[in-house]
Ligand binder design. Sequence first.
Ligand code: ADP
Ligand code: MG
Length: 279
Amino acid sequence: MNGLAVICRRVVQIYRAEGGDVVALAGVDLEIAPGEKVALVGPSGSGKSTLIALLAGLMRPSAGRVHLGQTDIGKLTDGELARLRGTDLGVVLQGATRNLLPYATLEDNIWLAQRRVRKVRPADVEPAESVAALVGLLGYGDRRIDQLSPGAQQRAALAVGLAASPGLLLVDEPTSRLDPVARDEVLSALDRVNAERGTTIVAVTHDMAVGEAFGRVVTIRDGRVGAEGRGGREFAVVAGDGTVQLPPAMLASYPPGTLFSVDDVDGAVMLEAEKPAAG
Ligand code: ADP
Ligand code: MG
């Protein structure tokens, strides 16, 4: 299975709530190449979970387009969307045990995940042992989930998310509440999945170590892509509507409504704030 590309164009997501509509995503533009690893960061309420839910095919965008591979998910019927979820997408929810049956063995958990997708016989799917090996749990197949360490449980949750060999793996907070050793084991498991299978991986995280390991860090702010880090360097991103967000730290000095003169000086964009008129 090759990695799935992700393209979001001006994606808007509005929740209809009692107190009024909530604009969770206000025009997200994002391109992820097949086999890329992307960390999604941003303050609470910025729209990360909403974006993951869209990429997971759990809903369709209110406006804009979400392409997963060749497929525009806005154009799919409910049945087609469900099939896509089952065959191409792997989702690992925050909190390892929410993805697992605690009293069943790792092997049974993997097999249940494989069978949930479609009617298959054991011979039709990847052996549980090989999925377990991929996340560093070779030999743990007959261990019950509740007897595994938190770090091994998190990797078991990855194994379940990978059971149907998806082209896109979405993971919410894969390293939260893990000690550094367990965290590194989770990161190497994700790395191995990516290297050996070419699986595209998108992880929501508060953990800088994930961002460093992934190399590409996309910051979501107020429902938009606010900034991007690549190889340790920080970049502003031009959105589909032409807007660029200032780094949050600058907003104290340049409040909304500030006027800038804009000049392009040999590829360097100079913003000069208009001084408030005297008197
Ligand atoms: P994050 O994961 O970055 O914390 P979310 O995607 O969960 O952000 O939320 C983005 C915004 O949408 C927030 O203002 C949140 O309150 C709102 N929101 C999320 N889910 C719902 C929902 N089901 N109904 C109404 N509002 C929601
Ligand atoms: Mg969230």
